[in-house]
Design a binder for this molecule. Structure first.
Ligand code: HEM
Length: 411
């Protein structure tokens, strides 16, 4: 059987700014074993088929210990969150969360946040006044989604700063650790501590809301008696609320940052968007295809032998799907390497597909649409200062660490 040596190159920081030629090379063999062990799947229809296959497990406990290499974002003292579980446990927890969050296509709680999201965006942009240059990541994209998630969950505004601190630290678990062994140990220790403080804080808030519920997600969760299924235990609530925080943080940061970067590289499209703000809706879909924040879905495993694209993936194999490559598959998308906001039939993998598809997509879409339309409307003559910008180390959740933008003024 053929194998390739591409995963190491994809994970290599040197290729972070432009991994797409590597994905094109990978697609020559849609399903292939990497020298380092995992099976890589890079073409659209094969990724889709496996993400809908009940023989593919997301439960990390089914994976051999030596195959576990990815980031550890769950709190080790809590039960796994539902992104890392299979049915029926996954389905029960997801249903319980969805009941508090609203169904994905009529997201009542998210829709109710519309005005608040616009207010947060305007407030952050107002702070650019008097400056000629900003770092879009630190000054805008990073603080924005945490503020929104605080409002959704019902974290009181006076606690938001503390919550931001824990969220930032917990989110760094997604990055591969760097530095000396002592520095790495200090890094994990800081993350464990932030997990504990976050769990203590959330436990207190859940208790308060149980006694005096309000119109927010934590109240809905704390007072849900389960009806036809067993309600969430406190450890389950803590684990799954932390999941919402992590899953919705760095991803949204990267979508907004990748969005401005792509617009500044396509000045004609930026001009069109300024003239026609409604264009932001298809534009965000094309961004999710062209520069998706989630590039890879690592560490799924096979519960049985699976035959696909002429290859048999054996039971127990470690499977890495590459949705960012499926999004550039010419068998599915004509001219896949062009950014075409009016592209018809744009069924990208930006939010995944199958039973684990993103429950935060209505919120993420609304945040990115509001942010990009408003940034483009208000920044006068925005320009990139360096291209490519410096990237984060992370290959799975890929995006710039900084995005310096120069501009002439603010409307
Ligand atoms: C799942 C992308 C924002 C909560 C996923 C998956 C992707 C994704 C690709 C599938 C993961 C898998 O198959 O293992 C994104 C992107 C976002 C975003 C690109 C922003 C641009 C959010 C937000 C929230 C959220 C704002 C919460 C408020 C979740 C949860 C799951 C998930 C809970 C797990 C669903 C399950 O396992 O059933 N997301 N997401 N995401 N996302 Fe998002």
């Amino acid at each position: 059987m053929t194998s390739v040596a591409l995963l190491g190159q994809i994970l290599d920081f040197a290729n972070r700014a432009d991994p797409y030629p590597l994905y094109a090379e990978l697609r020559r063999t849609p399903v292939v074993r990497d020298e380092s062990g995992p099976y890589l799947v890079s073409t659209y229809w094969e990724i889709r088929s496996l993400l809908h296959d009940p023989r593919v497990s997301s439960d990390i406990r089914n994976l051999a210990p030596e195959a576990k290499t990815g980031p550890r974002t769950d709190d080790p003292d809590l039960p796994p969150s539902f992104i890392r579980l299979d049915p029926p446990d996954h389905d029960r927890l997801r249903r319980l969360i969805m009941r508090t969050y609203g169904p994905p296509h009529s997201p009542r709680r998210v829709y109710g946040l519309h005005g608040e999201i616009s207010g947060i965006v305007s407030g952050l942009i107002d702070r650019f006044r008097g400056r000629e240059r900003i770092d879009l990541v630190d000054d805008f994209s990073y603080p924005f989604p945490v503020t929104v998630i605080c409002r959704l969950l019902g974290v009181p505004q006076e606690d938001e700063q503390r919550f931001h601190g824990w969220a930032d630290t917990v989110a760094t678990a997604i990055e591969p650790p760097v530095g000396t062994p002592e520095e790495q140990e200090a890094h994990w220790q800081a993350i464990r501590e932030a997990h504990h403080q976050l769990a203590d804080y959330l436990s207190g808030l859940i208790e308060q809301r149980r006694r005096a519920p309000r119109e927010d997600m934590i109240s809905a969760l704390a007072t849900d008696c389960g009806a036809d299924e067993s309600p969430m235990s406190l450890p389950e609530m803590l684990s799954n609320l932390t999941l919402l925080l992590i899953a919705g943080h760095e991803t949204t940061v990267n979508l907004i940052t990748n969005g401005m970067l792509t617009l500044l590289r396509h000045p004609d499209t930026l001009k069109q968007l300024r003239a026609d703000p409604d264009m932001v809706i298809p534009l965000v879909e094309e961004l999710l295809r062209f520069e998706p924040p989630v590039q890879l879905l690592p560490e799924r495993t096979t519960l049985d032998d699976i035959e696909i694209a002429g290859t048999t993936i054996p039971q127990g194999a470690s499977l890495w799907l590459v949705p960012a490559s499926g999004n550039r598959d010419p068998q599915r998308f004509p001219e896949p390497d062009r950014f075409l906001p009016d592209r018809p039939d744009n069924q990208h993998f930006g939010f995944g597909t199958g039973i684990h598809n993103c429950i935060g997509s209505p919120l993420a879409r609304l945040e990115a649409q509001t942010a990009l339309a408003e940034l483009v409307r208000r920044l006068d003559n925005p320009r990139l200062v360096e291209d490519p910008p410096p990237y984060r180390h992370n290959a799975v959740l890929r995006g710039p660490r900084h995005l310096p933008i120069a501009f002439d003024g603010l409307s």
